[in-house]
Design a protein around this ligand. Sequence first.
Ligand SMILES: Nc1ncnc2c1ncn2[C@@H]1O[C@H](COP(=O)(O)OP(=O)(O)OP(=O)(O)O)[C@@H](O)[C@H]1O
Ligand SMILES: O=C(O)C1=C[C@@H](O)[C@@H](O)[C@H](O)C1
Ligand SMILES: [Mg+2]
Length: 178
Amino acid sequence: MTNKPSSLNNKSIVFIGFMGVGKTTIGEAVAKKLNRDFIDIDQEIEKEFQISTTEIFNIYGEKVFREKEKALISEYCKCPEKIISVGGGAFLQDEIKNLCLSECIVIYLHLSWEAWKERLDLIIDSRPVLKGRTLEETEQLFYTRQNIYASHHLKVETDQLTVDEITDRIVDLIQKTQ
Ligand SMILES: Nc1ncnc2c1ncn2[C@@H]1O[C@H](COP(=O)(O)OP(=O)(O)OP(=O)(O)O)[C@@H](O)[C@H]1O
Ligand SMILES: O=C(O)C1=C[C@@H](O)[C@@H](O)[C@H](O)C1
Ligand SMILES: [Mg+2]
């Protein structure tokens, strides 16, 4: 379902999508072009705990990570004019999903499984959710997770596009919708 917003106004923009699709990379680049503040929720969580996401999962457990994720997103999504990249699992929590959809412009970055699996080696060591899964199990997770990203305002296909090309498309899209 794509719910096109009537106006982007000064709402914050939230990037969603599966791990490794480029939310952090693209979010940062879009923020730079639009001269807006960039907030990466995973990085904010790591700053608060002063350890990596993998260590947070290992020491405190996923539940603690998810609680902090919800608290930070709830705080940031009410601020205007930010570019926010949330973690790939943030929309598992309906409260986060509903808040982002009502307060912000939610942009879903999509990558096909074929393109995504070429990127697995780049991210496997820093994403605890991917650890210990076979490729088949990861593929299953990839497709199951697409359901949680189905509610968004705008969807951007990123297959075979460079970071600069995706960034330019998104900036264009944002400026056209305004
Ligand atoms: N368009 C692209 N083409 C090629 N590589 C890319 C592209 N976008 C991102 N990457 C690379 O893919 C990897 C994952 O990107 P990134 O960390 O931005 O993903 P993410 O969506 O933020 O993941 P997570 O949800 O786990 O935080 C990085 O190594 C990044 O350099
Ligand atoms: O998809 C997920 O469940 C996650 C994605 C990452 O961005 C981090 O938020 C964390 O590794 C969990
Ligand atoms: Mg990220």
